[in-house]
Design a protein around this ligand. Structure first.
Ligand code: PEP
Ligand code: MN
Length: 465
């Protein structure tokens, strides 16, 4: 994470100020009086009030200055001077808050970023789906197994994964646990990225304990060797810079739970502007992006950079309407559109949206989520995705942007640092029978380490075309 940069922005020197002053942060009560989908139904409202009041008193998890730095980096991406890599679990879990798991995810993300930066020759903005990604929107409110129907699992932020009536009760005390889990995760992430782990000179060591069994790893080692030689040359020339030993890394999650996100919103002491300090970048999901809905109204009032998922039913007019609402002043880096069309639809559905937004004159980051439009149920019942579909959607994303002369700004992926078997295909050619071996996700299937690196090489090739 970037430390607060000490730059002083005067009271009126940022256009964000005007927007925030005009809109203000709506009260939680007013948000709940608007259409608000995908919220928990808590049995005891008084308990929710107690937790929200306690959260309001706690320190912010991220600083407003860090959010501004990320927004500036995203502004460069929107102009074609960088690439956004956003990735991590579909759903983080409290059980997953341990050093090995956090280190594994960070390592795969940093390795992907190195591949893209070196082979693709573009600066990569690194954002984790991490330290806050605990709440899940669901297509159905209930789940039935063997004739028993219970509330769906909505992420550890809301209820338990275990299929029992007790575990599936919506419990507001879990909001305090997300805060603590996010704080513990961020603390370790900050230590890793600033404390030496991310030093490019140790790039081979990041992957020292990887099983050396695949062609992806060989490619990675060759590349790491080249980078080490280049760095040794720079050192010999006397270049020694923080940029080599530390990394700017940012945290993001879907801002789904209005109670939690509202409780984490603080006024920045430098500028008197509101920021949601639960994460650097927050996104609005495909299911909660209604323009008259509480999520859009809330997000409009905070100054963080904002992601918006756009699925295949989106029209260009809708995309412009939502962007106008969330970013009337067209602040560079404010809006990232995360398109998730599906490999079969993207070539038809994406171009009109890009054309409509670009012709409005607005600059956004166009990022490709090649996961959420490509989920299906395997014959043996596992929810899965095929690596080939993921690659096909990313390739089509590059093709579409190339044809329109626009910049393919980034990718948004669900991944883990472990050798899980949740998505089919990839270098290890996983098939449906392999899925049971290590299917560990609490929600959607993630790319494993090898599949993630393979995707990074493919993206690097497209970037350097
Ligand atoms: C997700 O990112 O896990 C998700 C639910 O995505 P979407 O809102 O695009 O369906
Ligand atoms: Mn998901």
């Amino acid at each position: 994470m970037t430390p607060s940069d000490g730059r002083r922005r005067g009271p009126l020197d940022t256009p964000v100020r005007l927007t925030a002053m005009l809109s203000g942060v709506p009260s939680l009560v007013s948000l709940h009086s608007m259409p608000h989908l995908q919220q928990p139904s808590y049995p005891d409202p008084a308990e929710v009030d107690r937790v929200v009041a306690a959260l309001r008193k706690l320190p912010p998890l991220v600083f407003a200055g860090e959010c501004d730095d990320l927004r500036e980096k995203l502004a460069a991406v929107a102009e074609g001077r960088g690439f956004l890599l956003q990735g991590g679990d579909c759903a983080e879990t409290f059980a997953g808050v341990n050093a090995d798991n956090i280190k594994g995810k960070l390592r795969v993300l940093l390795s992907m970023a190195v591949v893209m930066t070196y082979a693709g020759q573009v600066p990569v903005v690194k954002v984790g789906r991490i330290a806050g990604q605990y709440a899940k929107p669901r297509s159905r409110d209930t789940e039935t197994r063997n004739g028993v129907t219970l509330p769906s699992y909505r992420g550890d932020a809301v209820n338990g994964f275990e299929f029992t009536a007790q575990s599936r009760v919506h419990d507001p005390r879990r909001l305090m646990r997300i805060y603590n889990a996010s704080a513990a995760t961020l603390n370790l992430v900050r230590a890793f990225v600033k404390g030496g782990f991310a030093d490019l000179r140790g790039i081979n060591a990041w992957n020292a304990d990887f099983v050396r069994n695949s062609n992806v790893e060989t490619r990675y080692e060759v590349l790491a060797g080249e980078i080490e030689r280049a760095l040794a040359f720079m050192m010999a020339c006397g270049v020694d810079d923080d940029q080599i030993s530390t990394v700017d890394f940012y945290a993001s999650h879907e801002a789904l739970l209005l109670d939690y996100e509202h409780a984490m919103t603080r006024i920045d002491s430098r500028t008197q502007l509101p920021y949601d300090t639960s994460g650097h970048l927050l996104w609005i999901g495909e299911r909660t992006r209604q323009t008259n809905g509480a999520h859009v109204v809330f997000m409009r009032s905070i100054c963080n950079p904002i992601g918006i998922k756009l699925g295949p039913t989106t029209t260009g007019e809708e995309a412009n309407r939502i962007a106008d609402l969330l970013d009337p002043e067209r602040i560079p880096g404010r809006i990232t559109f995360i398109t998730r069309m599906g490999a079969g639809s993207i070539r038809e559905k994406l171009p009109p949206i890009i054309e409509a937004v670009e012709s409005s004159g607005r600059k956004v980051v166009w990022s490709c989520d090649p996961m959420h439009g490509n989920t299906f149920e395997a014959a043996n019942g596992f929810k899965t995705r095929s690596f080939a579909d993921v690659c096909a959607e990313v390739n089509a994303f590059f093709d579409v942007h190339e044809a329109l002369g626009t910049w393919p700004g980034g990718v948004h992926v669900e991944l883990t640092g472990d050798d899980v078997t949740e998505c089919l295909g990839g270098v290890d050619a996983l098939d449906e029978a392999d899925l049971a071996a290590r299917y560990e996700t609490a929600c959607d299937p993630r790319l494993n380490r090898n599949q993630s690196l393979e995707l990074a090489f493919m993206i690097a090739e497209r970037l350097s075309d």
